[in-house]
Design a protein around this ligand. Structure first.
Ligand code: SF4
Length: 334
């Protein structure tokens, strides 16, 4: 690790220029292998107003410094937004969740192996150097939203759940201005600048997440497919929230993980499901429309089938066609 300066900000006015650190669970790993080499770390863990979970309207305001463990175990979250709790608990290890923050989870970097290997070309780590994943090994890469400059997928479980729950993000700009935006608007499309992953500029902060009230009686679930049962990133994940009346789907929100540079939504799939009677035929028909005809990297071809099957399994459980015992499906209060 290279030497660096350290500054602990006491107030928002005390924020100095530099790389922001909170839990540091991803950043410190990247610094140790010199993928990131900041000259100064700015510790924000003492800033006021970012460490609590408070009611906001019929929803919740979650401070950006709330740990993943505290958020997953909050009784209000477990009751009203069980999808979020279960997605968090599907990620990382207990030790990492104890340290990792809500804001940091959203900003974690890709797990593309070439990004972590400084001997390899990587436009995300070193803009303009190329992309070693092109022609290399790539089973963790994305299906959607890729360019010739980068094929990497976003690894967060929590961000996928938050997308399906229509969460918003509060941002404080370096100027002191604040704004609230839908979570997907936090992420920048890679285009020809894969190193720029969000709309945040130096000195900008995520201060909180806003969870809107859950839909009454919604069934929520997060299904994560991975190489082993714990401490592994998703190959594909599906987060969903469904409300039904007498077998008909009244409303559905879905988000897909580990298939794009950010949580991925397919509005057309939600449109096809809404107002329809839940059935295997319906889910198979919608599943056929989900994935592109060809994968951007030959190693991700399997994800097209995996996404289809994971979607069908999730929808069967969310709509009661399949048994939910022992699964990550839960019902919000009616
Ligand atoms: Fe880097 Fe993206 Fe290519 Fe991976 S896919 S090597 S992160 S540019």
């Amino acid at each position: 690790m290279r030497p660096f300066d350290y500054h602990r900000a006491a107030t928002f006015d005390d924020l100095a220029a530099g790389q922001i650190i909170a839990g540091g669970t991803n950043l410190l790993d990247l610094m140790k292998i010199q993928v990131m080499t900041p000259q100064r770390l700015v510790d924000i863990t003492r800033l006021d107003g970012m460490s609590g979970i408070e009611p906001e309207g019929d929803g919740l305001r979650i401070g950006a410094l709330v740990t993943n463990t505290a958020l997953a175990n909050d009784t209000r979250v477990r009751a009203g937004w069980p999808l979020l709790s279960r997605a968090i608990l599907a990620g990382a290890s207990a030790q990492i969740r104890n340290k990792a923050t809500t804001g940091g989870n959203l900003l974690q970097r890709t797990r593309c192996p070439y990004f972590y290997d400084t001997s390899q070309a990587c436009n995300k780590r070193a803009p303009g150097t190329g992309c070693a994943a092109q022609g290399g090994a790539g089973r963790m890469l994305a299906l959607f939203g890729t360019t010739e400059h980068c094929l990497a997928a976003h690894p967060s479980d929590m961000a996928v759940a938050l997308t399906a729950l229509d969460a918003q993000v509060d941002v404080r700009r370096a100027s002191g201005d604040t704004e609230r935006l839908p979570i997907l608007d936090l992420y920048a499309a890679p285009k020809d600048q894969p190193d720029r992953e969000t709309i945040l500029n130096e000195g900008d902060l995520i201060t909180a997440l806003i969870l809107p009230a859950p839909r009454d009686g919604s069934r929520q679930g997060y299904r994560k497919v991975r190489d082993r049962a714990s401490y592994a990133f998703a190959l594909v994940s599906v987060a969903g929230s469904v409300t039904m009346t007498d077998g008909t789907i009244d409303a559905v929100t879905l988000a897909f993980g580990s298939v794009a540079p950010h949580p991925w939504v397919i509005p057309e799939a939600e449109r096809q499901l809404t107002g329809q009677t839940a059935s295997d035929d319906l889910f198979r028909a919608v599943a056929d429309t989900l994935a592109p005809d060809a994968a951007p990297h030959p190693d991700t071809e399997y994800k097209r089938t995996l996404l289809r099957r994971t979607f069908i399994a999730t929808m069967r459980q969310l709509t009661g066609l399949a048994d939910t015992a022992g699964t990550d499906i839960a019902r919000a209060p009616a």
